[in-house]
Design a protein around this ligand. Structure first.
Ligand code: NAG
Ligand code: CA
Length: 356
């Protein structure tokens, strides 16, 4: 089957879009790679300096060292440490531009001591000066001095990629990062400067920092007589917002539902002493809910022959006594086990009871 022209066109479009997005990311990462290279270069420069000034130099050694200082050997030692061996992008960039690094080392270093500036920005042109972005190193939104007016990050800042637009810091919004988001108020502002400060935790929007400066209370808060936002006590309402086997715990601006202790049937708080009533198998005793010992009640609960009662937390079990095993609800003589590998001593079988 043949590809129809329209289909082909849409494939092409997708291909182009993917390629373009990749290219944009590549422009940013190329600069990061270059930055890493120049940082490692500077580190290598320091490392090789220390290496060769051991002390006690004779005049001969000093002459030799001063030669080493600017030598090709030293450059090679530095270049060897520029990239992780696993970083393809880094090694590729160094290989591609080794000549330029050499030029800088022998001819430009004195006049242009900043390697990042000379190499990454001006020579191989994968980076831009701080505060600028993109192919032509245009100024970021808000200007290159204080991109995004100091309240955000400029896309592609310092690289040949990006679009120069701002991602604003928490609390700031708008193209220029001069506006305040909900939950923040403007503490100071002019055309080029903005300070947004967090509202009181009870406000959705506000004009100042206290709970009396709210425009509108946040959910979970209400306005009181003094027009301040105060916590709603969700737990004081009837009915409780929680399930029957939970208790309600109020908090500033919210509440939570917690599980009652499992000896309780309904509760007002945590623990066995906050039960409203006791769960099956438990009885009220000294202000708390304690296990009922079914086995020591006057009416026996395990009534079959050769059966005994075992009390458990909140319940009990009827089990056959030694030498007997359960069969169809009765306790019968255990048949002596035939020679068998897996002869688990025929266990007493349980007959758990939920409630009485
Ligand atoms: C804006 O405010 C800042 C901080 O108060 C100040 O440094 C700056 O000079 C002001 N700019 C203008 C244009 O008023
Ligand atoms: Ca609350």
């Amino acid at each position: 089957s043949e590809l129809r022209p329209l289909q082909l066109l849409s494939y092409l479009t997708v291909f182009l879009l993917v390629t373009l997005t990749d290219a944009k990311r590549d422009l940013k990462s190329a600069c990061l790679t270059c930055q890493q290279i120049t940082e490692n270069f500077n580190k290598g420069f320091e490392r090789t300096a220390k290496q060769n000034f051991g002390g006690g130099n004779t005049a001969w050694e000093e002459r030799k060292l001063s030669k080493y200082e600017t030598s090709e050997i030293r450059l090679m030692e530095i270049v060897e440490g520029l990239c992780e061996s696993s970083s393809f992008e880094c090694n590729h960039m160094v290989e591609e531009h080794e000549e330029q690094l050499e030029t800088w080392w022998f001819k430009r270093k004195t006049k242009h001591p900043d390697l990042h500036k000379w190499f990454c920005i001006e020579t191989i042109k994968v980076c831009c000066p701080k505060g600028t972005f993109g192919r032509d190193c245009n100024s970021c939104v808000g200007g290159s001095e204080r991109p995004c007016h100091g309240n955000g990050v400029c896309d592609g800042d310092g690289t040949r990629g990006g679009d120069g637009k701002c991602s604003c810091n928490h609390g700031y919004t708008g193209e220029f990062c001069l506006d305040c988001t909900d939950g923040h108020f403007s503490a100071a502002r002019n055309d080029t400067f903005s300070l947004c400060t967090e509202c009181h935790t009870s406000c959705k929007t506000c004009t100042g920092a206290t709970n009396q400066d709210c425009h509108e209370c946040k959910e979970g808060w209400r306005e009181d007589d003094q027009e301040a936002c105060v916590d709603v006590d969700e737990c004081s309402g009837e009915p409780s917002p929680c399930r029957e086997d939970q208790y309600c715990l109020n908090a500033d601006g919210s509440y939570s539902c917690r599980a009652c202790d499992n000896v309780c049937s309904g509760c007002t708080g945590a623990g066995a002493d906050r039960c409203q009533s006791c769960a099956g198998g438990y009885h009220r005793s000294e202000g708390t809910c304690a296990d009922v010992d079914e086995c020591s009640q006057s009416d026996p609960v395990c009534t079959e022959d050769n059966q005994k009662c075992i009390n458990t937390h909140g319940s009990y079990m009827c089990v056959c006594t030694g030498g007997y095993e359960e069969k169809d609800g009765k306790c019968v003589h255990t048949v002596p086990p035939v020679e068998e590998e897996n002869s688990e001593a025929s266990e007493v079988t349980s007959d758990p009871h939920g409630e009485l």
